[in-house]
Each structure stands twice: as structure tokens, then as C-alpha cells.
Write a protein that binds this ligand. Structure first.
Ligand SMILES: *Cc1c(COP(=O)(O)O)cnc(C)c1O
Length: 231
């Protein structure tokens, strides 16, 4: 068995434990393998281990890997900061965008989607923690952005995404994830007539167990899968 397969098995075991503890069905939780650190050889191992959702944060790095792996039925997630001039490229290659975080980007995604004749599947990235270094729309600006997206059309709000502060302190991390969930619930209540933003993209290598307890549906996991291998 590859190290990736061993790591994946261990991660799935931890997800199941926490999900069951929280009264959730672990099958409702999708692991996205964040493969920005590794090349296609390791990515093939990840696929063989059972991973089919892959996340990349730069289209320039991702495109050659996608070409190498074109024989595999992978679903690609764009998780990095998205520049407006990259929207066309990203929408041509990725199924999901996790980083819709501002009105100008929504407008460009709407324009390109209309041109392509698609409805772009996007998570809105929210800066719940309020850290200046983080991208994401502030919780206060979320609802105006959603109303703009409704007017633009051609964008499907899949759900919300956030990143917790880099810390080991659960007391700092947990409220961030919980707030994203309550924002999602408010969205469903207020805007549920035209959209169903069910998904919560939250939880990375160091905090995915807390995210599972707080309702995450998509975990973006890199290092715990792809390095720090146990021998
Ligand atoms: C790199 C990255 C991850 C994965 O982080 P790990 O700590 O390696 O699990 C998740 N989300 C985003 C947006 C990232 O850039």
C-alpha cells in the first residue's frame, strides 16, 4: 500500500469517529486532496488510494498536471485566490471554485459563464476570522454579494468556504467554523427560494476534525495526506 493510501485510511478513520460522535453520516463528507505540493506521480497514488476530488490553488501549476492525468476521471477544485484575468482559464478546467470573494470576480465569472453557456459552481469564501492577511468577503458583505450573484445569473452558489486561523487552539478555530455554518443557515432561510447553498468547505490538515464536528461537507486536506508520511 502507498503512503498516501495509509494516510487516507487514517484520515477516513478519524473523520468517521468525529462524524459519528456528532451524529453525522460520514458519507456526507468529501475529502478534497490538495495536491499543490506534489507532482503527478504522487497524485496517481492518491487516485489509486480512492481520492477523486483534487484541489489546486494556481492554474499555471495545475494545468500541466491536468494534462498528465487526463486519463483519470478526477473532479478538479480551484481553491486559491482567483485573479479576474484567470477566470476564463479556471472555468475551462475546474468544476468548482472555492474562492469567489468579491463583486468584481462574481461579475467576471458571470460574464465568462454566459459566454461558455454554463452555470459556474462556486463556493463563496468568507473571511470569518477577520484576519487582514486572509482573503474572503466579510460576513457583513456576504448578503449583498449574494444578491448581486442572483442578479448576475449563471452562477450556482454551491456553499460557503472559510479558512480558520493557523493555530492549535481549538477555542479559536471552532467558533470560526460554527459561524460559517450559521451564515449558511441564514442564507438558506433568506435566499432558499432561488438557491440551495448546502455545502461547507472548511477544515484542513490541522483542523479537519473540528470542521467535521461543525458540519463541514468538503475538507481540503494536503499535508496530512501527501507528506509527513509515517514509515
Ligand atoms: C494549501 C491549502 C489547503 C491544504 O492545507 P493543508 O494544511 O496542507 O491541509 C487547504 N485550503 C487552501 C485554500 C489551501 O491553500
Amino acid at each position: 500500500m502507498s503512503k498516501v493510501a495509509v494516510n487516507y485510511g487514517e484520515i477516513m478513520r478519524r473523520i468517521s469517529l468525529r462524524a459519528e460522535g456528532a451524529g453525522r453520516d460520514p458519507r456526507g463528507i468529501q475529502v478534497i486532496a490538495v495536491t499543490k505540493y506534489v507532482g503527478t506521480e504522487r497524485m496517481r497514488e492518491a487516485y489509486e488510494a480512492g481520492l477523486v476530488h483534487f484541489g489546486e490553488n494556481r492554474s499555471r501549476d495545475a494545468l500541466p498536471k491536468m494534462r498528465d492525468l487526463a486519463d483519470l476521471p478526477i473532479t478538479w477544485h480551484f481553491i486559491g485566490h482567483l485573479q479576474t484575468n484567470k477566470v476564463r482559464e479556471v472555468l475551462s478546467h475546474f468544476t468548482f471554485i472555492h474562492s469567489l470573494d468579491r463583486p468584481s470576480l462574481a461579475e467576471e465569472i458571470g460574464r465568462v459563464s454566459e459566454h461558455f453557456g454554463i452555470r459556474a459552481k462556486c463556493f463563496i469564501q468568507v473571511n470569518v476570522s477577520g484576519e487582514e492577511t486572509k482573503s474572503g468577503i466579510s460576513p457583513d458583505e456576504l448578503f449583498p454579494l449574494v444578491r448581486l450573484i442572483r442578479e448576475i445569473g449563471n452562477i450556482e452558489v454551491t456553499g460557503l468556504m472559510t479558512m480558520a486561523p493557523l493555530t492549535k487552539e481549538e477555542a479559536v478555530i471552532r467558533p470560526v467554523f460554527r459561524r460559517l455554518r450559521t451564515l449558511r443557515d441564514e442564507l438558506l432561510e433568506r435566499e432558499g427560494d432561488w438557491m440551495t447553498p448546502q455545502a461547507l468547505s472548511m477544515g484542513m490538515s490541522n483542523d479537519f476534525e473540528i470542521a467535521v464536528e461543525e458540519g463541514a461537507t468538503h475538507l481540503r486536506i494536503g499535508r496530512a495526506l501527501l507528506d509527513g508520511y509515517k514509515s
